[in-house]
Design a protein around this ligand. Structure first.
Ligand SMILES: CC(C)(COP(=O)([O-])OP(=O)([O-])OC[C@H]1O[C@@H](n2cnc3c(N)ncnc32)[C@H](O)[C@@H]1OP(=O)([O-])[O-])[C@@H](O)C(=O)NCCC(=O)NCCSC(=O)C[C@@](C)(O)CC(=O)[O-]
Length: 314
């Protein structure tokens, strides 16, 4: 670690081209930090805009090591011992800079204020104070431009409308080993309707050999087909299922294309392309009956066949 004494002019002047940095020991947080914050005007420095207030006067720097975004100012913990500042200053006279920086370790606040108010140019200067330190480690982090851009990207990208579809009676039950009695399924749907949910996927019209739990799809639909004011779609993976669903009062269906071949094969016993051909038939038939269709690629990553999906597949 560089010791201030050995900082040669050369090092200092070279460093001057890059960025100013001061490492100072952290003694008790309240005293030093409030000096730094108050007299370094650190909260006003462009790229350091996220230092939590630790006490009314000081501030804490989060544990660990972090370095700030580049820009004209940065702040980082150095070897867990020193607070490393890069500050915008435009000292012409390096000795004056060193003196001022040396003063940094003395509790003479006023010097600090004049020394470090933001200036346009950046002076590079590394001064290390090998003071004894309490066993604290601090770092600060900067949520600068990157994070504010990210936040606005996320917020601007949010949809204006979100439709919540409750799939418990279908997806929640389909893999249950013990067959749930039909009346219990119906009661579950009724309670979900009573809870105010606008869309509840009621059952599936699929092969009972594949999904024995939902072999009573017809009976369930019989019991709920007259219910108004709520959408009760059913899953129909092929035309056979669609026809059975419509015959039993279904007014909305859903289809599910897989985004991985393995899931498609194990789930509906066909390739993705074949499934799309099936869904083409189903949607054409639905169009004829003016029945709305809900569908989309299904995220197997969360399912037991977790696969890493190529974006192109999606
Ligand atoms: C799609 C099939 C039928 C193809 O199954 P298959 O064996 O390829 O088709 P098949 O044409 O050879 O038919 C086999 C037997 O099923 C009958 N069959 C054929 N179609 C139907 C039907 N619609 N309804 C009732 N019976 C049907 C057909 O009549 C025949 O009867 P058999 O001659 O052997 O007596 C089968 O693979 C199947 O039913 N798979 C179950 C699909 C399923 O429900 N998976 C779980 C839902 S998807 C899921 O959970 C993921 C998801 C959607 O939740 C993810 C998310 O939510 O994001």
């Amino acid at each position: 670690m560089l010791n201030p004494k050995v900082l040669s002019k050369g090092v200092l002047s070279t460093a001057c081209l890059a960025r100013s940095s001061i490492s100072v020991p952290l003694f008790t947080l309240n005293s030093l930090m409030c000096i730094i914050e108050e007299h370094m005007c650190i909260q006003n420095l462009q790229s350091i805009d996220r230092i939590q207030s630790f006490t009314s006067t000081g501030y804490s720097l989060r544990e660990g090591m972090s370095s700030m975004a580049s820009g004209s100012t940065s702040l980082k913990l150095f070897k867990n011992k020193y607070l490393h500042f890069t500050l915008p200053t435009n000292f012409r006279d390096e000795d004056a800079a060193r003196r001022k920086l040396q003063d940094f370790s003395q509790p003479q606040h006023s010097i600090l204020r004049s020394s470090f108010l933001g200036r346009s140019q950046t002076l590079s200067h590394s001064v290390f104070y090998p003071w004894l330190l309490h066993s604290h480690q601090y770092s600060s982090y900067n949520n600068g431009k990157e994070l504010s851009d990210l936040a606005s990207k996320v917020l601007n990208g949010l949809p204006k409308f979100v439709k919540i579809v409750e799939v418990g009676p279908r997806d929640g039950l389909q893999n249950e080993k013990d067959i749930v009695p039909t009346n219990v399924k119906i009661e579950l749907i009724r309670r979900l309707i009573a809870s105010g949910l606008p869309v509840i996927e009621a059952t599936s019209f699929v092969s009972p050999k594949w999904v024995p739990q939902l072999a009573d799809a017809k009976d369930v639909m019989e019991a709920i087909r007259e219910i108004k004011g709520v959408s009760l779609p059913v899953l129909t993976p092929n035309l056979k299922g669609f026809e059975a669903a419509v015959a039993n009062g279904a007014k909305e269906i859903s289809v599910f294309a897989s985004s991985s071949e393995s899931f498609s094969k194990s789930n509906i016993n066909c390739s993705i392309n074949d499934s799309l051909a099936r869904y083409r038939e189903v949607t054409l038939a639905a169009e004829k009956h003016s029945i709305p269709v809900r569908g989309g690629p299904r995220w197997e990553v969360a399912l037991r066949m977790s696969v890493f999906l190529e974006e192109s597949t999606l």
